[in-house]
Design a protein around this ligand. Structure first.
Ligand code: ACM
Length: 275
């Protein structure tokens, strides 16, 4: 039988990316990471290489990169090697003429995998293709890690699809502009008995007539509904927490209630589009 990993050091890096300044953004990330010791898993916000408020597709073309052989992924991998840890980061991805709002997972051994955001938010639909992949897990030091990006949070089916595969911890890179998500992630943690890391960006971004204010308050939540760490609204910071992964493997809420085995999928036809 495979042994369950126990104590793991996991966290978020919260910062304000600068629009279309990829080198400055990786420098900021690198400076913040240099203030901490080793970690097992660190999550960085959505579109951390590029910023968010695009006005046209040619702006994306300036900053997007092919995965895995681009500048940003190469630099992230160097940081993962230095810290002997794994990093999930949002990234503006290019594939031919197409753009995806993606996140990558890199570790000391190099590039591991990616997730392309499936549920696009608002004006993202003008620039990005919705993700064409599956909800799938990645193994990080024995932990089962799932990747989602921002607006995916409002579809509980997305987190559930990962949780039913055995997810221990959700790496959730965000650029949140509404104030509901942080509370909802406590519920996502309870209903799936998982840990979550929401790594949000900060700052005000204006481009032409479009402007957004991002909400910070990155956080780590636990299966028993605790916030293990939470950042400020406007601060650039990195926080880590030690988690006992075994807690996410126990799906019993009482002697008689197993949150997955008690489900009644035969009653949920509408959920999967059946009559
Ligand atoms: C979002 O999906 N960036 C709100």
């Amino acid at each position: 039988m495979k042994s369950i990993p126990r104590m793991m050091k996991v966290g978020f890096l919260q910062f304000g990316p600068i629009l279309k300044q990829v080198e400055e953004n990786i420098d900021k990330i690198s400076k913040i990471i240099s203030t901490t010791g080793n970690f097992d898993l660190l999550v960085i916000p959505e579109l951390a290489n590029s910023g968010y408020v695009f006005v046209n597709r040619s702006e994306l073309a300036e900053v997007a990169e092919e995965i895995p052989n681009g500048y940003f992924v190469e630099k992230l991998t160097e940081l993962a090697k230095e810290k002997d840890g794994y990093i999930v980061s949002g990234i503006c991805e290019k594939k031919g003429e197409t753009f995806f709002n993606s996140s990558v997972l890199v570790g000391p051994e190099g590039y591991i995998g990616k997730y392309r955001k499936i549920h696009l938010f608002d004006r993202e639909e003008l620039f990005f293709q919705p993700g064409d992949g599956e909800f799938r897990l990645f193994n990080v030091r024995g932990m089962n890690v799932g990747l989602l990006i921002c607006w995916d949070w409002i579809f509980p089916e997305a987190t559930r699809s990962l949780a039913l595969q055995g997810m221990d911890i959700l790496a959730h890179s965000t650029n949140l502009v509404l104030s509901y998500c942080q509370s909802a992630m406590i519920t996502r943690s309870i209903e799936n008995r998982i840990f979550t890391i929401t790594s949000n960006r900060t700052g005000f971004e204006k481009n032409g007539e479009f402007e957004l204010h991002f909400k910070g308050q990155s956080q780590i939540t636990s299966p028993d509904a605790k916030r293990l760490a939470q950042a400020g609204t406007d601060t650039e910071e990195l926080q880590l927490a030690e988690i006992d992964v075994e807690k996410a493997r126990n799906k019993w809420l009482s002697d008689r209630n197993h949150i997955f085995e008690d489900r009644r999928p035969e009653k949920y036809n509408k959920l999967i589009g059946k009559k």
